[in-house]
Write a protein that binds this ligand. Sequence first.
Ligand code: SAM
Length: 278
Amino acid sequence: MQSISALLQWGTEELSRLYSPEDAYVDACLLLCELLAVDKSYLYAWPDKQLSASVALSYRGAIARRKQGEPLAYVIGHKEFWSMRFTVSEDTLIPRPETEFLVETVLNLLPITTQSILELGTGTGAIACALASMRPEWQIQAVDVSDKALQIAEHNINDHKLKNIRCYASNWFDKIAPMQFDAIVSNPPYVESNSEYLQTEIRYEPRLALVSGETGLDALTYIIEHAKKYLKPKGLLCFEHGFSQARELHALLHASQYQNIHTVKDYAGLDRITYAYC
Ligand SMILES: C[S@@+](CC[C@H](N)C(=O)[O-])C[C@H]1O[C@@H](n2cnc3c(N)ncnc32)[C@H](O)[C@@H]1O
């Protein structure tokens, strides 16, 4: 038997070898909260509570995974996005805070009377679920090429009891019925194949969700070139991209004769979202 405070101290010390003491403490607390299914206040209220050997063993296992650099979301199995909890797995990208900015941009640009949205590369379903929860009257189709990611997306859609999303497998537009949407939204892979960034903690995330050719622009080039066929006249194409890619993307959008092309910066002041009209 070990007390909450003793385990927490041990966990914090272990993680401090890799992370700052503050981050180590936060993660050590979160991992214990997850195992005990309690919130942080419980840990403060009951520091002397003795935990069973099996809880202590599971905690040591979770700390060991985090110590290897595995993202916290994978260790605990979920991540918050748009104030909603999303199950994640090693087959899905972990939803990022900057992607909430894509959701916000789409909500600001589209009228409430919008009927149909297509999301390309849904992963956990985070974008589709956030939009569906804000606009229950919109009909959203969400596709991904990864069957395993789609299983997680289905789980999340059911978990949030969202009835206005249809989720299915498609290699970009391959399985999309010939119809025209009010908007196409995407956070596609956009990292360069030789990026040093791939050596960081993101190495745990699926390469399929991150990398898109040598320049990182293969997926976006394809989407820009093909989206028009699936958009209504004046339909919106809105996507997330790398902070240094806006200029090339504007050129691609111009070449495909999109109108009113804009890039918006994220909260960190970086070019992050570009949108244009058919
Ligand atoms: C950057 S992740 C975005 C995941 C999620 N939408 C989000 O924002 O958190 C890109 C997603 O695109 C999917 N993807 C990659 N290539 C694809 C393709 N050819 N067709 C459809 N989806 C694809 C990946 O499986 C991954 O789920």
